[in-house]
Write a new protein. Structure first.
Length: 568
């Protein structure tokens, strides 16, 4: 049984990601890896847009200097699922193989994982994977185990690759590291300070935006949790589903199977409640329950109390962190997985015949997979690797040469829209990969369209550029105006321009000096003097990154000096 428990997370990860592991890149909504992501100042938090991808983009840009982007993407996705599965065992604090297998199944194979994988939120999946480890490390630190605090900080650093993940991880750590002993306050302050330190890059970058960090209140309705199939919102979020984007919801969630799945999971959890309460100290069981309650409240707030949430995101800088509330359902999963594992352990012993017990145990372990089979094989084949067209590499090469000559300025990516559905990506929608493929800072639209409804972004420079493109009558005046915004190059995606049509602002580059003109891309140089953008807050951002780096490296050094805990 011990071998099965250790192997099971790897089996689940391979079944889910098998097609993803083939050569190529999986481009799906917000998940866009490229062969070599160049480190640039915007990725550090010095751009004009909110730091939604800080620090994850900068970390990828550094790591892919050693590990190619194609390989890195696969390692990240496998690591997210395997770490989640191995960590789930820590939610079952007894040596019960059936309970650990079942907890692993539910924690890895659920609507939250399926929907976040489909929408490409890989940093959030890493944070989700870290939560059980944080729960375990915080409890061990509370008990005074040497090195546990350092390990806890390392997991907090992994979760901090996304802002939402960093917030959830900090909440879990603080809830379980606090105790009533003499050193409780010191421990809690240390963990709180470490959490602030590893999250400092996005925190400081966000604070520098000031009032620019306010969010369009219409985003609340657009990103509110949705009911799936016949399930209303409260029951959908209880089942760890409800993402706002219907295109990434598995088909199995849209029928009566979802109702059966929720009822079956709740029934198994109920069967294990009493045993689970015996397994855990009361403060830990109450802590998991409180975190789950917070996750459910935040996850459903946009749908249940939209007026309050609209006021919050429009009035509180950084309030947009809660607009996609279903992200915080990750806080529900540890409680649910622990209860489900305990319930499976109970079912494995209710029958008098051993065969019956084995059948019930196997049924509980395989239940999450049986009720949502379309998570397998890359979301039923929708996650398929592709190769970037050769022309992308050619355009990047001329950009590198041009940057060597003028070493300043940003790239304007046109047409001015945020998402594409390239034919070479099997028509699957993805965040425009062109800007990330090129080596310069880039300006792109941050206006999102949800069900055809525009959600205004927070990037003031992007808004000014859009107004210029929409209103300019003289091309030379437009070029000078764009230069005043720090733009030196223009790249036009010809396929996207044909598909999106005249409704999206673009620019005729025929009269501009062209560095590259191909079937898919045109790269032109404005030829105007570029005003170097002011870099307000450089010192603060540098301090934030130094703080996060020193905290992580120090924690790693301390953790390596201590003997690692025995893995169950």
């Amino acid at each position: 049984m011990r071998v099965a428990v250790r192997v099971w997370p790897w089996v689940l990860a391979v079944v889910v990601l098998a097609p993803v592991l083939a050569p190529g890149y999986v481009l799906s909504y917000d998940m866009v890896f490229v062969p070599d992501l160049a480190l640039r100042s915007d990725f550090l938090g010095l751009g004009s847009s909110l730091p939604r991808a800080v620090p994850s983009d900068a970390v990828v840009a550094v790591v892919d200097e050693v590990v190619p982007g194609m390989v890195l993407q696969k390692l990240v996705l496998v690591a997210a699922l395997v770490l989640a599965g191995i960590g789930a065992r820590r939610l079952v604090p007894v040596e019960n193989g059936v309970a650990q297998l079942a907890a692993t199944s539910l924690y890895v194979w659920n609507p939250y994982v399926a929907e976040r994988l489909g929408i490409g939120h890989w940093p959030l999946l890493l944070a989700y994977a870290a939560l059980p480890w944080i729960f375990d490390a915080a409890r061990r630190a509370r008990a005074g185990e040497q090195g546990a605090l350092a390990v806890l900080v390392l997991w907090l650093g992994l979760a901090a690759l996304s802002a939402a993940g960093g917030l959830m991880a900090a909440a879990v750590a603080l809830v379980f590291v606090w105790g009533r002993d003499r050193g409780a306050l010191r421990r809690t302050l240390l963990v709180g300070g470490a959490a602030l330190a590893v999250n400092a890059p996005w925190l400081v970058a966000g604070l520098l935006h000031g009032s620019g960090a306010l969010t369009d209140p219409t985003a609340v309705e657009a990103f509110a949790a949705r009911g799936e199939g016949v399930l209303p919102v409260p029951l959908t979020v209880l089942g760890l589903g409800g993402i706002w984007n219907a295109e990434v919801v598995p088909l199995s969630r849209q029928g009566w199977v979802a109702v059966f799945a929720l009822a079956a999971v709740v029934a198994v959890c109920a069967a294990g409640l009493r045993r689970w309460l015996r397994w855990l100290p009361r403060r830990d069981s109450w802590g998991l329950a409180a975190l789950a309650a917070v996750g459910l409240l935040v996850g459903s707030a946009g749908a249940i109390t939209p007026g309050l949430m609209e006021w919050f995101v429009a009035s509180v800088p950084g309030g947009g962190l809660l607009r996609d509330g279903s992200r915080y359902l990750a806080l529900v999963a540890p409680l649910q997985a622990g209860l489900f594992g305990a319930g499976a352990g109970v079912l494995a012993g209710v029958m008098r015949e051993q065969v019956g017990n084995v059948a019930l145990a196997a049924g509980a372990v395989l239940l999450p997979i049986a009720v949502m089979p379309d998570l397998a094989w890359g979301l039923a084949g929708s996650l398929r690797p592709v190769d970037f067209p050769q022309e992308y590499a050619e355009a990047r090469e001329v950009m590198v040469e041009s940057m060597a000559e003028r070493d300043e300025g940003a790239l304007l990516v046109l047409p001015f829209s945020s998402y594409r559905a390239p034919s070479w990506n099997h028509g699957r929608r993805t965040l425009d990969p062109v800007g990330r493929y090129m080596p310069a800072n880039y300006v792109a639209s941050d206006v999102l369209y949800v069900s055809g409804r525009p959600i205004e972004g927070e990037d003031r420079r992007a808004r000014r550029v859009q107004d210029m493109l929409s209103d300019a009558e003289d091309r030379m005046d437009l070029a000078r105006a764009l230069g005043g915004e720090g733009i030196a190059w223009v790249l036009v995606d010809l396929e996207a321009e044909r598909v999106l049509g005249e409704g999206v602002p673009s620019l005729d580059t025929a009269s501009l000096p062209q560095l590259h003109a191909g079937d898919l891309l045109v790269v032109a140089e404005l030829g105007e003097r570029v005003d170097q953008n002011r870099r307000d807050g450089v010192v603060w951002v540098a301090v934030a990154w130094a703080l996060a780096g020193v905290t992580s490296i120090t924690s790693l050094a301390v953790a390596l000096r201590k003997r690692p805990p025995k893995v169950r």
